[in-house]
Design a protein. Structure first.
Length: 204
């Protein structure tokens, strides 16, 4: 069904953009969104949900997407925006920003999941789109590789937290580091685990 919708969309539209995000679940760092327009002649074997790929394969595909796609853009929402707006609204904001930065204007934007940002361009949400729609898979890869690189850079500022390994997700290593070293400026204070640890530190 979804593959049929995607095929029909490509036949009816000149350019289709795919949108996905990375970083909704972590306790630290920005949420990153990407939009990719592949174009009708684009063919890159191996495109799928970025979470199903090795880091080496993701980086290789990201380079190919950037080189050969008709258009692509990546943007983000900050930790402060996440805490102010909530993670869903911050994610939609990051998507809006990525779409606005595209060097081409797609006729249709297909978005992974069930929520869509407000756009003047027609949109369609696709559940599990990152493993079903090539444009969304490509966006998933760019969002994931961009955010991972940013978390590695943040690791150099905060080496004790291990961001280069868990990328801000709530692993045992990350929770232990939070309990030992406290909350940093890049932690999402609106997230319950961070709030709990911050309160426990205050009550020591």
């Amino acid at each position: 069904m979804l593959q049929t919708i995607a095929t029909a969309s490509r036949q009816a539209c000149h350019l289709v953009g795919g949108v996905d995000e990375a970083g909704r679940g972590p306790l630290a760092g920005p949420v990153v969104a990407a939009c990719v327009v592949l174009g009708p002649q684009f063919d890159l074997p191996g495109l799928t949900d970025s979470k199903q790929l090795s880091e080496k394969k993701r980086n290789s595909l990201a380079a190919a997407i950037k080189q050969h796609a008709r258009g692509w853009a990546v943007s983000s929402a900050t930790v402060a925006e996440i805490d102010q707006l909530n993670i869903l609204q911050a994610t939609l904001l990051a998507m809006q920003r990525a779409i606005a930065l595209l060097p081409v204007v797609p006729d249709l934007v297909m978005i992974d999941g069930t929520h869509s940002p407000k756009l003047e361009i027609p949109t369609r949400t696709v559940i599990r789109g990152d493993s079903l729609i090539a444009e969304i898979s490509a966006a998933s890869i760019l969002a994931k590789t961009t955010r991972d690189a940013e978390m590695v850079a943040l690791h150099r500022r905060f080496p004790e937290y291990g961001f280069d390994r868990h990328k801000g997700y709530p692993t045992r290593q990350h929770i232990n580091a939070l309990q030992m070293y406290g909350i940093t400026e890049i932690h999402r204070q609106s997230f319950a685990p961070v709030q709990t640890i911050a309160q426990s530190i205050v009550n020591r």
